[in-house]
Design a protein around this ligand. Structure first.
Ligand SMILES: C[S@@+](CC[C@H](N)C(=O)[O-])C[C@H]1O[C@@H](n2cnc3c(N)ncnc32)[C@H](O)[C@@H]1O
Length: 363
């Protein structure tokens, strides 16, 4: 790593002697100052250090040293802000990204403005609204959707299930659920309405219980059965931010901090692909067709995917179209086609690609 020039080091030191440490990883003075403010706030919350400025400083310095070694701020603080929920943060899971936050808010705004637009639409559902978040990680998508749907006060309620292969990630997800109930961001009923389940999305082995796989069985048993069709519940929307980075992109395009502190399994799909996935599908794309199969099986009206950008979005869009979905893309705040959305023609969800009414869209 290049050394910090004397000029910038003395400029930063004049402002605060801990700033040069925080500048080491980001190399952006404003970010270093932001980190310092956040770490100071964190230290001030420690009751046991309240009466000792000296111990507060020693602790703050130790946190700045961790940050200087590229440890993410969210890991040091223990939480990441994700719009209006907080997600526990640690080595077991990816830190939720701003792009994902925008995707969830756009979906929720669109549901509010185009789908649950009036009381009769809400009542006509006659059943709980169901969302499946595959590759949920520490649960940011599932928990933020839950928070937004509680605000809509749906007469029949809703259910959200997050599925992930990683137990450490799920431990953070379940902890995040409790954390948000304790803080009052989510009501107690969230324990009933939001679930997290462990499973390998890529290996749908035949089930003994009549479903397609253990994951299918877990999904079936989580969602209530009042509208059984062929013994399986209907899932309204499948949303996913799966691993989508290529093996070479992982080494060439990701930051050192990501490689050091976030699990590779969260970013790069495995080398071994499911038998059902054709050989010409790129390794970085393998999750999408598999996830589409869940949406088809559970007769979803819509799918919402996060992708790595324009080229991957194009490939995923074509894959969905070949499988009979209507499609669109959403741009992120950098103007990159970051999300692919698909809906069934007969579902009436053709509002899905329309711009968000509350300013969350960048198209
Ligand atoms: C890109 S991260 C997304 C995490 C979270 N949804 C978010 O948006 O921050 C992908 C997640 O997929 C999970 N994952 C990887 N392989 C999986 C598999 N075969 N089945 C289920 N989940 C898997 C990882 O553990 C990781 O949590």
């Amino acid at each position: 790593m290049p050394r910090i020039s004397r000029g910038i080091a003395s400029y930063l030191r004049k402002k605060n002697k801990l700033l040069p440490l925080l500048y080491r990883d980001s190399r952006i003075p404003e970010l270093a100052e932001f980190d310092l403010r956040s770490l100071k706030e964190h230290v001030l919350q420690r009751e046991d250090l309240k009466n000792s400025p000296r111990r507060q400083f020693i602790y703050l310095k130790s946190l700045c040293e961790r940050r200087a070694r590229a440890e993410p701020l969210e890991h040091i603080l223990g939480t990441a802000c994700f719009y209006d929920v907080e997600i526990l943060s640690g080595r077991g899971a990816l830190i939720p990204r701003t792009e994902t936050e925008s995707m969830v808010m756009r979906l929720c705004d669109d549901l509010k403005n185009y789908y649950f637009v009036n009381g009769s639409r809400r009542n006509n559902m006659g059943k709980k609204f169901r969302i499946l978040d595959l590759c949920t990680g520490s649960g940011p998508i599932a928990l933020l959707i839950a928070k937004q749907l509680y605000d809509l006060n749906l007469p029949y309620g809703f259910q959200v299930l997050g599925v992930d292969i990683s137990e450490p990630a799920l431990k953070l997800a379940r902890g995040s659920l409790e954390h948000n109930i304790r803080s009052g961001a989510l009501p107690e009923e969230a324990r009933r309405d939001v679930g997290f389940s462990q499973g390998n999305v890529l290996s749908p082995k035949e089930s003994l219980h009549g479903g397609k796989s253990d994951v299918h069985d877990d999904i079936t048993s989580f969602f209530t059965h009042e509208d059984r069709t062929n013994n399986k519940p209907i899932v309204d929307v499948v949303v996913a931010n799966p691993p989508y980075v290529s093996a070479s992109g992982y080494w060439e395009d990701t930051d050192r901090s990501v490689r050091l502190y976030e699990p590779e399994i969260a970013l790069v799909p495995p080398e071994e692909r499911p038998k059902s996935i054709q050989d010409d599908i790129l390794r970085e794309d393998v999750f999408y067709p598999t996830i589409e199969e869940y949406a088809a099986y559970f007769e979803s009206k819509a799918v919402v995917f996060e992708t790595g950008g324009d080229k991957q979005s194009n490939r995923i869009k074509s894959m969905l179209e070949n499988r009979g979905w209507e499609t669109g893309t959403w741009k992120d705040f950098r103007g990159i086609h970051r999300n692919v959305v698909g809906w069934r023609k007969e579902s009436g969800w053709n509002w899905l690609p329309l711009p968000s009414k509350d300013g969350i869209s960048y198209d």
